[in-house]
Design a protein around this ligand. Structure first.
Ligand SMILES: O=C(O)COP(=O)(O)O
Ligand SMILES: [Mg+2]
Length: 214
């Protein structure tokens, strides 16, 4: 049986509207122009601190306000899961993989507490034996350490990582694990340019792709 680790934002869940909503509440506090969805998506992938940094540069917020913005963002993330949705086909795919005996985990750059809250809220928490967030270790993706720690917590067996972005492709490559690239998420680079073992745009295909790798 394999160990299969998933990225969260843009892979299991379409969370950009949620992130946009929370980020815009911070901008509204300062009477600054809201982010569009496309802008928000371009800021997702390297964790909450980088999102705050990119948003601040785009709206001229000085760096000495970043720490306070980050703390408020994390707190508001906790109380807001309504605007995220599970991508089509994810639930049956997770059921099939778990039913086949594979062990599943999540490795995200989203801070751990809101990551767990949204997994709970959307009924996904029950599938995962381990969840690591962007603040679980001192380093985050594309450093391979969080992904390696997630696999280590799942025991033995072939290692497959499923993600949506350039950050995930680099992380998998550096960790030396097989990578399945979901093409409907928030990638900043053309998919063909990223190292991957297979691409997919529909979670209905995931169980068969996994069987092909193990
Ligand atoms: O929080 C982010 O920036 C990205 O989160 P992800 O690693 O789940 O895609
Ligand atoms: Mg992602």
């Amino acid at each position: 049986m394999a160990r299969i680790v998933f990225d969260l934002d843009g892979t299991l869940i379409h969370s950009a509207p949620e992130i946009q909503f929370v980020a815009n509440s911070l901008l509204a506090d300062r009477r600054l122009e809201p982010l569009t969805l496309a802008e928000t998506i371009s800021f997702i992938g390297n964790g909450a601190a980088v999102l705050i940094e990119k948003m601040s540069i785009a709206r001229g917020i000085p760096a000495d306000q970043h720490a306070e913005l980050l703390a408020t963002l994390e707190e508001r993330y906790m109380h807001s899961s309504d605007k995220s949705e599970v991508f089509a086909g994810v639930l049956p795919a997770l059921e099939a993989l778990q039913g086949a005996g594979h062990r599943l985990g999540v490795c995200t750059n989203k801070p751990l507490a809101p990551a767990k809250a949204v997994l709970d809220h959307l009924g996904l928490a029950r599938f995962f034996d381990v969840v690591l967030g962007g603040d679980s270790l001192d380093v985050r993706k594309p450093d391979p350490a969080p992904l390696q720690a997630t696999f280590a917590a799942l025991g033995d067996g072939p290692q497959i990582y499923v993600g949506d972005s350039d950050v995930d492709a680099e992380t998998a490559d550096r960790a030396g694990v097989q990578f399945l690239l979901f093409t409907e998420g928030y990638c900043k680079v053309p998919h063909a340019e990223l190292p991957h073992h297979a691409l997919f745009d529909d979670f209905a295909r995931l169980p068969e792709l996994v069987e092909g790798l193990v």
